[in-house]
Design a protein around this ligand. Structure first.
Ligand code: CA
Length: 235
C-alpha cells in the first residue's frame, strides 16, 4: 500500500508542485492550504508523513505541529522560509522530525521524505520484533550489551539491574545511535503521551542509566548531553 502524505502549504503553486512530485514517486497525496484544514485532514486521513509549511494563514505551522503532537506520532517535515526560525525547528521544540529551508530542491525533499518513511518503518519493525517471541540479536557496544530477548543489560559481562523504563530508554537511544533526540521526542516514544510536559523524567532516567552503564558517570561517553537539544547515544 502506498504511503500517504499530507501536504500543508498555502502557496498554491508550491502546494501543487509538491503534490505532483510526490504522486510521481508513488505516494498517495492529500493537500490543504491552512492550519485548521491540516488538523482536520490529519485526523481523518491518518497520513504516514506530513509536509508542513511554517508560515500559514491563521494557525501557523508551529501551532499545528504542537496540536498534532498531542494526538499522533506521524513524522513531520517542516518547511521554513525564515532563517531566524530554524533554531526553534532544529531544537525540535515543536516536535518536527526534520526541516528544510525554502527554497529547497525538490529532489532533496523527495530524498528526505523517503528517508523519514524508512525510519518509521524500521522503528515499527523493531517494535514488532521486540513484541514477538523471535530471538533478536543483542545490541553490542564494546563491553555494553543490550539483550532485548532476555531484556537484560550487561556491562563487562555483569548484568545490570535496570528498571523497566531504564531498559526501554536505553534500548530506544541505542536504536537511534549517533542521532540527537530531544527530550520531548524521547518522552513521546518511550513513555507515551500521558507524560508530555515533564521532560525532567528523561533527565532523571538518563542520570540513573549513566550510573549503571558509564565507566565514569560524571563524564559520560555513552549517553551524551547535547545542550539545548537533548541526548545522543554514542555507543
Ligand atoms: Ca506559507
Amino acid at each position: 500500500m502506498a504511503d500517504k502524505i499530507l501536504v500543508v502549504e498555502d502557496e498554491l503553486s508550491l502546494q501543487e508542485t509538491l503534490a505532483y512530485n510526490l504522486k510521481k514517486q508513488g505516494y498517495e497525496v492529500e493537500a490543504v492550504g491552512d492550519g485548521l484544514a491540516a488538523l482536520d485532514k490529519a485526523r481523518q486521513a491518518h497520513p504516514d508523513l506530513i509536509v508542513l509549511d511554517l508560515m500559514l494563514p491563521g494557525m501557523d505551522g508551529f501551532e499545528v505541529c504542537r496540536v498534532l503532537r498531542q494526538e499522533m506520532t506521524t513524522p513531520v517535515l517542516m518547511l521554513t522560509a525564515r532563517d531566524d526560525e530554524i533554531d526553534r525547528v532544529v531544537g525540535l521544540e515543536v516536535g518536527a522530525d526534520d526541516y528544510m529551508t525554502k527554497p529547497f530542491s525538490m529532489r532533496e525533499l523527495m530524498a528526505r521524505v523517503k528517508a523519514m518513511l524508512r525510519r518509521v518503518r524500521l522503528v515499527r519493525e523493531e517494535i514488532n520484533l521486540a513484541a514477538s517471541p523471535v530471538t533478536v540479536q543483542p545490541l553490542t557496544f564494546d563491553d555494553l550489551v543490550i539483550d532485548v530477548t532476555r531484556r537484560e543489560v550487561r556491562v563487562q559481562d555483569q548484568v545490570q539491574a535496570l528498571k523497566p523504563k531504564e531498559f526501554e530508554l536505553l534500548h530506544f537511544l541505542a536504536l537511534h545511535r549517533g542521532k540527537v533526540l530531544s527530550r520531548e521526542f524521547i518522552l513521546e516514544r518511550v513513555w507515551g503521551w500521558e507524560y508530555i510536559g515533564d521532560s525532567r523524567t528523561v533527565d532523571v532516567h538518563v542520570r540513573w542509566l549513566r550510573e549503571k552503564i558509564e565507566p565514569n558517570p560524571a563524564q559520560p561517553k555513552r549517553i551524551i548531553t547535547v545542550r539545548g537539544a537533548g541526548y545522543r547515544f554514542e555507543g
